[in-house]
Design a protein around this ligand. Structure first.
Ligand code: SAM
Length: 351
């Protein structure tokens, strides 16, 4: 049955839900190898050997939200909170651009009331005045007006996961918040012109196989330039602190399935969470359909306080070491690093 389904994949025929679920649940090592090779073939066919590498600056770990899994949510009263100053953020970005050659940067934080859209907009304007960089904002739900203000200031992308496409599970994990609003936010961002990076958590307690499949379909529907799917990892100071993370096979199968089901040219990220779950995740993920990485360019003393889950991979590595390791791996795999920015000529999405 596996060979028949993979043939269908290679002939680019639509899979039934049953067939997709069959692939998601493959366990046998040899069968999984075939799945990953097929996903890798498609990655190469449609996206070539480039691997998109961009940087992320985590500028504040203050957050007003109550996500049941997240270590920087209001649940965690033990976390030492920090905010980088505007000057520190701009200097960090300029260093990443000038010294290390990044052309696309994600500015990420919790939902921090001290960084309203207007302040962020001034910061982005100043940064764009100094350097021609592609900026993605990842600060949660800033609202339609906030999205417009940030776009006018020069932000051209948004990184925001919808976390789960199951509305009941969403509301259970985010009491008082609605999935519909989060999805609406992503749709409005797309209409404004933002490039979209979105996706979901793999292995959330209560997530069914069908939910994960729907997460993949929703990511396509939202016209994601890049799919960001990573494992849920328990943080002890959160309500889900005692839940189990998914196993590595589940995550790899999901990445391969995203490559098979998502639009041909979507980029797929290997997340730091996956690398935290398994030290070979990066290599294995890149050989199972993924083609993007995000390096953490946050200054080391702040980085260790951005504890969304414990023992994050690369937490203590210098940026030089991160870049060295990344290049070594990419060259070993025959991939060339590119930057999201270099592939997008004018920073507009291709609506
Ligand atoms: N506030 C922004 C937002 O809501 O999109 C960005 C910051 S938020 C910490 C970034 C991402 O971290 C979330 O989209 C979530 O999927 C991920 N995350 C949070 N807690 C996690 C955990 N315990 N395991 C894995 N990923 C987690």
């Amino acid at each position: 049955d596996l060979l028949r389904i993979l043939d269908k994949v290679l002939e680019e025929k639509t899979l039934s839900q049953k067939e997709a679920l069959f692939l998601l649940n493959l366990e046998d090592e040899k069968e999984r190898e075939l799945l990953y090779k097929t996903a890798n073939f498609l990655r190469r066919k449609y996206l070539g050997n480039s691997c998109c590498v961009h940087g992320i600056i985590e500028f504040s770990n203050f957050c007003s939200r109550n996500c049941s899994y997240c270590g920087i949510s209001i649940h965690n009263r033990k976390l030492k909170r920090y905010r980088m100053s505007d000057e520190e953020i701009i200097q960090t970005a300029i260093q990443a651009i000038d010294q290390y050659g990044f052309q696309a940067l994600v500015l990420q934080s919790g939902e921090d009331p001290c960084f309203p859209a207007k302040r962020l907009a001034e910061l982005i304007k100043e940064l764009k005045r100094q350097r021609p960089v592609l900026i993605f904002v990842s600060c949660g739900e800033v609202g339609e007006r906030g999205l417009e203000i940030l776009y006018q200031a020069g932000a051209r992308g948004i990184l925001m996961r919808f976390e789960t496409s199951n509305p009941v599970l969403y509301e259970k994990l985010h009491p008082g918040y609605s999935l519909e609003e989060r999805i609406q936010h992503l749709k409005i961002a797309y209409q404004i012109g933002y490039l979209i990076i979105t996706g979901a958590l793999i292995g959330l307690p209560g997530q069914s196989d069908e939910d994960l499949l729907n997460d993949i379909f929703l990511t396509s529907e939202l016209r994601a330039e890049m799919c960001s799917f990573g494992p849920f990892l328990p943080h002890p100071e959160t309500p889900l602190g005692h839940s189990r993370p998914p196993n590595k096979t589940r995550v790899l199968n999901a990445l391969a399935l995203i490559r098979i089901l998502a639009p041909k040219h979507s980029k797929i990220l290997v997340t730091t969470a996956f690398e935290t779950l398994d030290p070979l995740a990066r290599e294995n993920g890149l050989m199972a359909g993924a083609n993007s990485l995000m390096l953490n360019v946050t200054p080391a003393h702040f980085r260790k306080q951005y504890v969304i889950y414990p023992h994050r991979a690369h937490e203590k590595e210098s940026l030089e070491d991160q870049i060295k390791q990344t290049l070594q791996l990419l060259y070993k795999l025959g991939r060339a690093p590119t930057d999201l920015g270099t592939e997008i000529t004018n920073g507009e999405n291709k609506a």
